[in-house]
Write a protein that binds this ligand. Structure first.
Ligand code: AHR
Length: 632
């Protein structure tokens, strides 16, 4: 193979490899949002879902759900607990999201909002129970006010348990009203109070993503319009963020997620801040007046789109506006005076059809009139190919769209066959965002899909084609991102977790290797003068990194035989005698990672010697290799 290392073919955008986040598979509530209490504000349709009344030693009491819709429509339910006897204990327990993950030595912060009439004297004892019912942490607080007030106590856990539950005992006599019953670990991502699970955000940071797309996915759209994602309801005081049923709350037996709601504890402020923390460009996707077309497909009439348009315009001001703008001022008051530097946003998630096109036109005009430099991401639906895809593609190209969002959940073979997909795309037309993709080991949507090596290797091969065409493809993200091992609807997923642990799949390591080794500019990698894209199972791309002065070669061997390969570098630069090789491969097709073997499939680093401007390496069967060579 020859590498023309001085002939820059395309610039690689810093956004190239990013993250798609959606609250599916308990990704937010029950996942990255570190709240341990399920249904903390009693807003689930079944208001005591997740809660159970408890008595011990003859304790007596009752729990009543109180509706205060008239005063607080966005947080309409509280509970009134009446303690009827001074002896024994009465209370409630909360099961958490498939249990609660508790760590020995960690401090937990228990918070409630409470009020009690004069004359009632009630003490709250919070107890963490392990799966056998033993107490592994406890704290006490006493509500004192007749008005709603927040109370907090911190305590340390004495044991580790992944299926703990929280008991709240009420001792004394009288009545107490409770809401926002919450338990967080003290140690969160950047130790922000009531923040995000540090191990999960760290996995994202370790990918060094170019962008963070949020909040989805189909939840942008909602099953119906009432349950669409509304960013304005996801910011500010946590007890004013209106809970809604999650679009992924589903009745299917194999899809283990009844009682799946969105509390919006992970809301737009948290998304923007997380993007900033991990060095990713924020990419919000907004509802364009259409509910999920796989469900109700409800449409907002064209003459009633104004509130939706206003949400889009206000979001840009919220992200970028100065202190004298309404929404910029609000952002500052929420703790972030500096703008978030929003450069792009998505109009609609995975929409298609005439109804989308007509709404898209109205949105695009309104946004571009006010904010001409904001790039708009336009959906090409879920299709990847076929009539509907071609119609959308042609229409948006004709309309001069900025960036087109293509989705593909396909068999590994499709990924191998499509490594050439972008070779002949129009260089002058819209840029491409490969916004959702993942190789499916069984079939799209099948619960039997596995995050196995066969799929990850096919994605690695396909991604050589993304990178080689970086002048057209500016962004790409695997989807979905997270899944809880005990509560998911969709497979495969990039990162799996339980209540205490998490692991990156083979696919995660492929994504990470691309993101950490993308370079700044593509240079030609040729075999007999032709681009390498699947011939005899070889897929390859090369780039230079102008900042670190390195040549980076990515090579995928999809065959079951080792390939000895030599790269001859045409360049005026000279190279250090030793380079670095990162190898991910030589695994069986069905190799996977798991919570117990989280790095069974993971990259291994070694060194390699150069002979002048030539380097020879053996690429093992079913292997993805990255080679970094430093210029002198
Ligand atoms: O990633 C899972 C779902 O797949 C997304 O919510 C949707 O956009 C697509 O259909």
């Amino acid at each position: 193979y020859t590498i023309e290392a001085d002939k820059v073919k395309a610039h690689i955008e810093p956004t190239m490899y990013g993250i798609f986040f959606e609250d599916i598979n308990l990704a937010a509530d029950g996942g990255v949002y570190a709240e341990l209490v399920k249904n903390r504000s009693f807003e689930f349709n079944s208001h005591l879902a997740g809660w159970q009344e408890r008595q011990k030693n003859g304790g007596k009491g009752s729990v009543e759900v109180v509706d205060r819709t008239a005063q607080r429509p966005e947080n309409a339910h509280t509970i009134k607990v009446n303690i009827e006897s001074n002896t024994g204990s009465f209370g409630l327990s909360n099961e958490g999201f498939r249990g609660m993950g508790i760590k020995k030595g960690e401090t937990y912060s228990f918070t409630v909002t409470a009020r009690k009439p004069a004359g009632s004297l009630i003490k709250l004892i919070a107890e963490l129970h392990n799966a056998s019912g033993n107490v592994i942490g406890t704290g006490t607080l006493t509500p004192t006010s007749a008005n709603w007030k927040k109370y907090n106590v911190k305590f340390t856990a004495t044991a580790t348990e992944d299926k703990a539950s929280l008991y709240v005992w009420l001792k004394g006599k009288g009545v107490v009203d409770l809401d926002m019953v919450s338990l967080f670990p003290q140690h969160t991502w950047k130790n922000r109070p009531a923040g995000l699970r540090a191990d999960l955000v760290q996995k994202l940071a370790d990918m060094k993503p170019g962008f963070l797309r949020f909040p989805g996915g189909c939840i942008v759209e909602g099953r119906d319009l009432v349950n669409r994602y509304q960013w304005k309801k996801s910011i500010g005081d946590i007890d004013k963020r209106e809970n809604i049923i999650n679009r992924w709350n589903t009745e299917f037996a194999h899809r283990l997620t009844p009682d799946y709601y969105q509390t919006f504890g992970l809301g737009f402020m948290e998304y923007f801040m997380t993007a900033e923390d991990i060095g990713a460009s924020p990419l919000p996707i907004l509802n364009c007046g259409m509910a999920c077309q796989f469900n109700t497909g409800q449409l907002v009439p064209m003459d009633q789109l104004d509130p939706y348009l206003q949400d889009a315009l206000d979001l840009i001001e919220f992200a970028n506006g100065g202190p004298n703008t309404k929404w910029g001022k609000l952002r500052a008051s929420l703790g972030h005076p500096k703008p978030f530097n929003l450069k792009m946003l998505g109009v609609g998630n995975e929409q298609w059809g005439e109804q989308y096109i007509e709404r898209w036109k109205v949105f695009t005009k309104a946004i571009k009139d006010k904010y001409p430099s904001i790039k708009i991401i336009s959906s090409l639906g879920p299709f990847a190919e076929g009539k509907e895809f071609e119609l959308l593609d042609k229409t948006f190209r004709g309309l001069g769209a900025d960036i087109l969002d293509e989705h593909y959940y396909k068999a590994p073979k499709w990924f191998l066959d499509n490594a050439k997909r972008y070779d002949n795309y129009d260089r002058k037309g819209p840029k491409i965002f490969a916004g959702e993709y993942a190789a499916q080991s069984v079939a799209t949507g099948s619960p039997e899909n596995k995050n196995n090596w066969e799929c990850a290797l096919a994605e690695a091969a396909f991604m050589t084609g993304l990178e080689r065409n970086a002048d057209v493809v500016n962004m790409a993200s695997y989807a979905p991102l997270f899944a809880h091992v005990d509560g998911w609807q969709w497979t495969p997923d990039l990162i799996w977790f339980d209540n205490l642990r998490s692991y990156g799949t083979p696919n995660y390591y492929v994504q990470q290797l691309y993101a950490l080794n993308k370079g700044t500019d593509v240079v030609p990698l040729l075999n007999d003068g032709a681009m390498v894209s699947g011939e005899e199972g070889a897929y390859a791309t090369a780039s230079i990194d102008k900042n670190t002065k390195e040549l980076i070669i990515k090579f995928v061997n999809t065959t079951d035989k080792a390939k000895p390969v030599t790269f001859s570098i045409n360049s005026t630069s000279t190279y250090q005698k030793t380079g670095t090789v990162i190898t991910l491969g030589n695994y069986k097709k069905d190799a996977v990672n798991s919570l117990d073997t989280p790095t069974a499939v993971s990259p291994v680093k070694s060194t390699i010697g150069l002979s002048g401007k030539s380097v020879t390496v053996t690429v093992e069967p079913a292997t993805f290799k990255v080679i970094r060579l430093k210029m002198i």
